[in-house]
Design a protein around this ligand. Sequence first.
Ligand SMILES: Nc1nc2c(ncn2[C@@H]2O[C@H](COP(=O)(O)OP(=O)(O)OP(=O)(O)O)[C@@H](O)[C@H]2O)c(=O)[nH]1
Ligand SMILES: [Mg+2]
Length: 351
Amino acid sequence: MHSLPMVDSVEVLGLLEELKEGRTRALARSITLVESHRASDRVAADVLMDHVNRALVQTDHPTPRGWSMAVTGPPGAGKSTFIDLLGCQALDRGHRVAVLAVDPSSAKSGGSILGDKTRMQRLVTRDQAFVRPSPAGTMLGGTARATQEAMDLCRYAGFDWVLVETVGVGQNEIEVSNLVDWTLLVLLGRSGDELQGIKRGIVEAADTVLINKADGDGLEAALQTCSFYRSALALFPPHPLDGWKVPCLTMSALQETGLEDFWDTLHTLQALPGYEQWLRYKRSEQRVHQYRRKLNQALWAAMGEGRGSELGPTIEDGVRNGHDSPASAVAKTMEALGLPGHRMNQALQKR
Ligand SMILES: Nc1nc2c(ncn2[C@@H]2O[C@H](COP(=O)(O)OP(=O)(O)OP(=O)(O)O)[C@@H](O)[C@H]2O)c(=O)[nH]1
Ligand SMILES: [Mg+2]
């Protein structure tokens, strides 16, 4: 397989066969493989993903297949409840639905993944659904290390709806929006002053804003918040998809109201003339993002394994205590990795 190393590929070939048939057990095993930190698994995972990504690019053209959406927002906003409901409706409409939930608590509790499973009670009992809580592990802006690979595996296994739940308010929303076709920000109704707490960048990364818990005592606050966001969103720069104006909707995931409006916005989106072209663009950017992220991981791994193994922490210490500037530390790192031609090295040596 091109420049990738040869591995005992029996297992990988077996997985690929089963994935193609849409077997969820093979999907779960494949995700475990790409999440693994073991060096031997990394090679097998790369071979697997090489095949999967090539196949996806072929099926992505001319009409990109499938749909991925991140559901982000602060803790307790109702993301899981919403996904449970929306996922079931998507199944009823003939989609195959996969949910990847990044569970931040599992890093601390050593893999307690019950929380999200129990909050998607209906979805987990459905045959056509695949629900996978991933430990946050080495966090990369709120997504697990291998979320993007897991999404690709889901799509390869025939899941045409891939939903990713991430928790947090901050860099997370912005990072996860690079991995998916669509970013949905779920918020709660709040009083005016609290609104200031949501940073502009988070809202800017959203393709749709949903104010949840628009029910009972919370209804009034939800409507007010929604009207605030509608005015605020109108002042934002235009969305990269021509003709799309980021909508703000209200919903009650608990009482199951407001979902029709959500489906309507999806249909409006998919009917836009530039939608398919834009989706192809998004997918190509996702692949570049994956390359950059993997390169980053590979460089760090090389620092740990290769010539830089002892040097890595020493260089960081140098930056920490001010002995090295970040720029000179990069030059040293390049040298430690045996990467050629960093001009700063020469300049530093001359001094
Ligand atoms: N009143 C009301 N409560 C809701 C609604 N949606 C969710 N809840 C409740 O809010 C709580 C949190 O819901 P979750 O769906 O777990 O929220 P989440 O955003 O996934 O939470 P984390 O994953 O912990 O960040 C639960 O007790 C839900 O029953 C809603 O529309 N209205
Ligand atoms: Mg949740």
